[in-house]
Design a protein around this ligand. Sequence first.
Ligand code: UDP
Length: 323
Amino acid sequence: MHILVTGGAGYIGSICVEQLLDAGHTVTVFDNLTEGHRAAIDPRAELIVGDLQKDGEIVCAMKSAQPDAVMHFAANALVGESMENPSKYFRNNVTGGIHLLDAMVACGVKRFVFSSTCATFGPPERVPIDETLPQRPINPYGESKFIFEKILRWYDEIHGLKFVALRYFNAAGASGRYGEDHRIETHLIPNVLKVALGQRDNVQIFGTDYETPDGTCIRDYIHILDLAAAHMLALGAEASAFYNLGTGGGTSVREIIATCEKVTGKKITVVEKPRRPGDPARLIAASEKIHRELGWTPQFQSIEKIIASAWAWHVANPGGYGD
Ligand code: UDP
């Protein structure tokens, strides 16, 4: 198939592009390169530099690529920033997304895979979180993705646009060639690994008084290659659907730091800080639905292997993509 990938220069997008190409698909990347990196785009892919805010640009790209399907990763994804600048999140994640869907309708493209998030649920009533739990986002980032999920239902009903929305939990790790390099790094694992690389003095732990065994937050870390595999399966889905995507296991902040010490052989200095606003104590996915309906099973259940793949990439690319 020919896939148009928005945000193909970003962390998750770039690795999905690589995996799509390895599987024999043709890929056109559409990216404005504000968050992503040119060097993160597999040279086998065609790149169209464009902005989803400008509807004419995505219509032109869609017309010239004539893809069979679209994978949509381009978005802003920082919870804290969304609490300060909600307009940016609703413009880019909702309005930009509508421009993309309208370009698909105009060009007769009917298949869509969407990067959604567990942030659409807000603090859950129980874990693991399955697809039947109510969605009550507590920040503009989660709300913007939830709004777009609702928009997708109507484009399916009215235009026959078939979609799969994948609600990621905590994406982590790297492929051999591509990894995680955000211009502003807020995520736990890369921040800990930067301490191991000597690029930061310490890592802060946000909250040590949660109701968890060691007092720190528990998250479900999923290997980026398992995430990419789910996208591949989603391309072949027969019906529109929403799926939660995690391993079903949980790792605390302190456990992540201890595993990073083991994997890197370096001592990580920690500084305990108050809770970060908007952080639920536990987020763990129930992924039985995607297992049952699309046959997805995570290959990397071990947090040590996930961190080892991230560490290998950071050691090989200490300056990230260098731009
Ligand atoms: N966290 C932390 N120190 C950091 C970054 C994150 O203690 O430097 C915590 C954060 O509060 C959360 C967990 O680690 O409980 C995972 O955070 P991350 O930002 O990686 O992903 P999120 O779960 O917010 O999507």
